[in-house]
Ligand binder design. Sequence first.
Ligand SMILES: [Zn+2]
Length: 76
Amino acid sequence: MDRSKESNMRIRRGLSSRLLPCGCLAGIYETYRDEIVAIVDARHSGCADPSHNTGNVIPAVFPAEPPSANHDTHRG
Ligand SMILES: [Zn+2]
C-alpha cells in the first residue's frame, strides 16, 4: 500500500509469527539476503518498549528454525 517509503530490506516470505514476552505479536520473515528478521505485527497495549511499534523491524533474538535441507545453489 505505502510505496513511498522503501527500506533497503526486502521481504521474500513470511515464516511464522511469535508472541513476544511483552505481549506484542511479531511476524518472522525471511529477506532476500537470507536474513531472518522479526517485524511487529501487533503492539500490546501493555508493552512499554517504544521500539515495538507496528511495522517496526526488531532483532530476531530467538533462534529461527532452519528450513529442512534447502541448499539450492544460487546462481547469478
Ligand atoms: Zn512489546
